[in-house]
Design a protein around this ligand. Sequence first.
Ligand code: EPS
Length: 353
Amino acid sequence: MRYLTAGESHGEALVGILEGLPAGLKVDIDFINDMLKARQNVYGRGSRSSVCRDEARIIAGLNDGVTTGAPLAVMLNNGNCGNKGNFDFYRPGHADYAANIKYGLGDAALGAERASARETAMRTALGAVAIGLLKELGIQVTAYVTQIGQAKANEGPLDEKMMCDVSSVESLKAVLDEAERTGDTLGGKLKLTISGVKAGIGSHVFYDRRLDYRLGGALMAIPAVKAVESGLGCDFAYSLGSRVADSFVNTGGKISRTSNNCGGIEGGISNGEDIIFTLTVKPIPSIAGLKTVDSCGNECVTGKVRGDVCAVPAACIVAEAVAALELAGAIMDTLGGDNMNELIERYKQKGEL
Ligand code: EPS
């Protein structure tokens, strides 16, 4: 499975092609649009999200709402979302400067057209299709906010607007509102969990078939994500090996573990436990009053540019989508199957000890 996206933030539309889906998968357009809506409506988004409503149109690859094995093509009109930014300064931390140097665009605002998180709308739409495929195999993908700025969230039932435990919404909202009030932005952390994945997906035999390489790369490629940790992640550095080993137990013939520090992946292969990643998202760099230079190299300060206050809640939705795309691709690589019946049958057969 592979996918491509095209489209600028203030161009006519985003388009995406997802290739390699088995035939016979029912594509739920309402679910795709629910995910798009969630990505736009969560806390932290700027004013653009309230003027621009994403609605996906599938223009190829379906017969009566079911995949045929042909590439799926999806389109998202940008609608009346404003024009390309008209500013001549580089936002420190944004792609503006590096993109201009790389492509010689001669325009400080042009690189942002493609670097914009706008593009994640299409990854979300395509990822929603992959989530549909994974559901058929009994696999669930969920992500939630664990921290915004200094405010940490508990684990518990999800509030869909903050993408965090309901009991933590007020404290997270307070730090978000304060950042917005002062014209600043905030980063944070989110936790991604994929449950229901059988052991044996991915491979240790070559780097680019490792499941952690594939998932880690896709998650790292979400705009503003600066760190991706698998399982216990950075905390492995402080621990004795004997303390963090995920010991095996045999309960009436069923093999399981006493802990899941490896985050469901050992040797680049799923091990049957939940797959767990933690992502660190940096604060959005569209902030007025920062020292910078203009496109001629003259020192100046950044001005106000429309943007989001915090990308962490929205990144939860995008993380679910890109992880689903990658996992579905890895499952197809491991098991193959030209149609859903074949795939489901092969997944059922996937061995246990
Ligand atoms: C973004 C800037 C804002 C955000 C945008 C990401 O857009 P605009 O330049 O139109 O104000 O709203 O995110 C989206 C449009 C989206 O759909 O996620 C940026 O500079 O990255």
